[in-house]
Design a protein around this ligand. Structure first.
Ligand code: ATP
Ligand code: MG
Length: 272
């Protein structure tokens, strides 16, 4: 099931790259968080962005999703430039994300949190509610049904009425992904989805990520420090250090790349 989404380009070729960063630089005063980054994400793959703390990974996500406007360079999503487009519009174009520090509406239920994601595609606006316009309530009902359906498909339906903050950590991460999926993305960005998980949870997460890629027909770019997860699910990996790309390639090439070992992995991690 794929909901219609507003394509950025009417003639977008599905075999073309989903995303291209061309010479992207992001400076904050004297800090260069991203330095001349070029990156091309192929469609329907799970790919990874890794690097030491402070390398600029989350900043890359903030640039892609319109939270930051890059100092220089181009961001092309489905063949259309998106620099200067608002985060809401970029989300409506089909890019969804999760956050490094989980951001759920803690007071809301699991269902409320997913319904918020659906509101990106709402046609009737909130001001119609007091006027009791029937379209508003019809759409609210449809959003509720769609959200329940999504929770069902993600194995979270039994938690629908629970308070989001009361869920175990792993389920909160899943719920954040569910909320991102509620926006009907074609491109999903996950910022450290396995952070804080034990090996069993991260193993389940790997299967979950592969399942949603297939079921929702997604391209997924993930930032992750857990090398088992990255090497286990990503077909292509980019490595950042001080905002610069120091390596890219498949898991085997990255694991044995001397630059990556020195900068990031360390002999111990590579020996795993
Ligand atoms: N809004 C901002 N203002 C100033 N500096 C920033 C801002 N956002 C990020 N930075 C700086 O940019 C650099 C890259 O930060 P970023 O959060 O992208 O790193 P990261 O690779 O995600 O690190 P981590 O693995 O710790 O999450 C850091 O030096 C950070 O302090
Ligand atoms: Mg980060």
């Amino acid at each position: 099931m794929k909901a219609a989404h507003l394509s950025t380009h009417p003639d977008y070729n599905p075999a073309a790259p989903v995303l291209q960063l061309k010479n992207v630089t992001m400076r904050f005063g004297g800090v260069t968080a991203i330095d001349g980054l070029n990156l091309t994400v192929p469609p329907k793959k799970i790919v990874g962005l890794i690097g030491p703390n402070g390398a600029g990974k989350t900043t890359v996500f903030n640039v892609i999703t319109g939270f930051y406007t890059p100092t220089e360079g181009e961001v092309i999503f489905e063949e259309a430039p998106v620099v200067g487009v608002s985060p809401q519009k970029i989300c409506a174009l089909g890019i969804a994300r999760t956050f490094q520090n989980i951001r759920l509406f803690a007071q809301g239920t699991v269902l409320d949190n997913v319904m918020v994601g659906c509101h990106v595609r709402r046609k009737c606006q909130w001001w119609m509610a007091p006027l009791c316009l029937p379209g508003f309530f019809r759409e609210e009902k449809a959003i509720r049904e769609k959200s329940m359906d999504l929770l069902n498909r993600l194995g979270l339906a039994h938690l629908a009425r629970e308070n989001a903050a009361s869920l175990p950590y792993g389920a909160q991460r899943r719920l954040e992904i569910a909320r991102a999926l509620a926006t009907d993305p074609t491109f999903l960005l996950l910022d450290e989805p396995a952070a804080g998980m034990n090996p069993q949870e991260s193993g389940e997460l790997m299967r979950f990520i592969e399942e949603i890629r297939d079921e929702f027909d997604l391209t997924i770019l993930m930032i992750e420090h857990d090398m088992k997860v990255v090497m286990g699910v990503c077909s292509h990996i980019w490595v950042l250090e001080y905002g610069r790309l120091i390596a890219e390639g498949g898991p085997e090439g990255i694991r044995s790349n001397p630059k990556v070992i020195t900068a990031y992995l360390g002999q111990e991690a590579v020996g795993k």
